[in-house]
Design a protein around this ligand. Sequence first.
Ligand code: 5GP
Ligand code: MG
Ligand code: MG
Length: 197
Amino acid sequence: MVKLHDLEFEPYISEEEINTAIDKVAQDLNRDYQNDNPIFLGVLNGAFMFASEVIKRFKGDCEVSFVKLGSYLGTNTTGEVKTLLGLNQSLAGRRVILLEDIVDTGNTLQEINKILLDEKVVDYEVASLFYKPEAYKKEFNIKYRGIDIPNKFIVGYGLDYDGLGRNLTEVYKLKESNMTNLVLFGPPGAGKGTQAE
Ligand code: 5GP
Ligand code: MG
Ligand code: MG
């Protein structure tokens, strides 16, 4: 059991299970990209650990970069505008693999895709360590998936609850006994204005 801020979390996915899932993703990426010098784009903050592990297992040449989804207020008519921070090279003519920690509703991913698909890439795929099939609402196919999970709130292995828990080497899920807090106050992180982390 771990306590982060006000909430208790219990062990859910072991380091061994995570490593097995990453081995499989890396095997598929080696099969599909080994000779093509792809660019891996890790999405900060959550994907740092997954990105490190999967890239260590990649056998061919590759480039590595990290991006972060940001937003600013545009004009009244445009409202909030999303930007991708950290992308300082052209992706034109390249094979690009976006590395995500988790895909939940897919809203974040959709914003990132909108920006990246303006670039003249050769092809573009997403590899996500965790994926919530029941929550995902978008068309875009996530080709490389580590572990499918039900609609639960997890922390560890890069994923945080309000800034804490990213350093945990295994994954924990929110204890059911915390659920009354959630009903009353919304899910962890809700209303804090942070996203895509
Ligand atoms: P989406 O836009 O797909 O709904 O959610 C993407 C982002 O929400 C992730 O990058 C992550 O920051 C956060 N998120 C979604 N599900 C979880 C979860 O179970 N645990 C944690 N810690 N963050 C999550
Ligand atoms: Mg993410
Ligand atoms: Mg977060």
